[in-house]
Design a protein around this ligand. Sequence first.
Ligand code: 5GP
Ligand code: MG
Length: 205
Amino acid sequence: MKRESIPDLTNSALTRPPAAWASEHLEGLLIPTSVLQDRVTQLANEIAASRPREEPLLVLSLLSGAFLFTADLVRHWTFPFELDFIKVASYGSQTLPGELSWKHDIQSPVKDKHLLILDDILDTGQTLHQVTSRLQEEQPASIRTCVCLEKNGTQARPFPFHADHVGFIIPDRFVIGYGLDFDLKFRQFPFIGVLNPDPYASGNH
Ligand code: 5GP
Ligand code: MG
């Protein structure tokens, strides 16, 4: 996938969230639902067109953040594949990176399969780097990766991770919604918003 074709929202202004979703924890809306859904459809088509033709294909979704993205993406696909989940956690209750822990719990052998790994967001790249290195040891036929979001600046870091498919490039802010949480909350937002880092400083509580 050409990087120039990835929508770059780095300099997009935040808009007001729909009234029903207004919250002191939400600084503003970065990607409205319709824009998100249109792009997920495009990504699904792009992946379908460029996927390895030979089977078997095993799609691995990284829980918990990728659950909505996965659900929306895979329902576009009519070709055969297995779908499984890996539980990965790199954040506790804070917004700073922490130790990565992951539970390797894949139900079906990985060896000689074409893997497609789905994640919510590429930030430091630590998660996808570690997950793909570990899976590589099990000798899959190939590994491809797809993320809904990539933070601007990620590729300028010393050890950048390049996902094969990227939904949007976004500003280096802490985002919530569409599976992404803060303290396990806000995952259900059908859009991507920016977390208000200090709701009590905003004066609207
Ligand atoms: P990385 O390992 O690339 O630094 O980060 C990947 C993981 O960190 C994501 O799967 C996600 O769980 C978490 N993460 C990174 N940035 C954000 C963010 O802006 N908001 C939320 N909610 N989680 C994030
Ligand atoms: Mg995650």
